[in-house]
Write a new protein. Sequence first.
Length: 311
Amino acid sequence: MQNPHGLYLRQLLTMAAKRGSLSPLRVARLTWGGLTSITVQPEIIRLLRLEPYAQIAQDDPRFAFKYVTLEYLAHGMSTSERAASFLWHYNRLHAALPNPLLRQIMGGTIPICEISEDNHCFTISMGMSKPIHNEGEMSLHLLVNGEIVFTLAFTIVPGWVVKSKASEVLLISRIQGVRGRYEEISLATKSLWDVAPSPLLLAAMQGFGKALGIEEFASVSSTTHRYSAEIDEEFAAHVDSNYDGFFEALGVPRTPYGYFSSPIPLEDKPLALIKRGHKIRTKQKRAFKEEVQNAFASFFEKHCAASARVF
């Protein structure tokens, strides 16, 4: 095998040579990140020789350097933790999914769950996050009449990265609506049993986790969000609502390390704690979320069963 130091630097210089691709400061940061993670470079190189990753790395060299950046996934992660997360996620997908499906997911988005209601089409799709985004490797999207209005991004990471005893965890690092799509988000919530996009996509993600045998999910919080160190007042309110407020309302505990953590599937609050007059609606909402979760689980269980690769 070629010297991983040389291969990394050669790839970096090739990307830097492209006009406007990287600033000198960015090159310096990536170079330092690569040198501090040199022990995993042979594994990164081996991973990027696999299809369809090899083609992606060739088309967009930034893909090979995502884990090096300080804003990758969560605030406070070390270079080794970021590298381990990147490797675990893509090795896990390659082992679990057959090549045709993996190529489709990496190349775009797959509509997995479609609901027609009130003369509108609501779709939940899944695909690789855009390479320029560092807030998770996989994205779940809620679409209203073909337009993305809400996104939840996650990564399959080894449990030790988030200080969990589980062998692997689905780490949520982005929960965000699309700017200017408030009316569509409200329409989706009203039409889909008053289930808002966040719990809807959380249910879909848990279905994916169940199919792969992953028994725990975690999420960043206001202290571990990747922008927490430089957060402004307006964005701080957004993070507090979308992460802390959301998971606290669900009863998901926060760990001492700044992550919300829950078994898959998330246990609902006992109906005895639901206010009188809301129980019937609560049951309907839970049944709908369970349908979505099962739809994702069934889709990926069918395809995972067709893949015989070992992770």
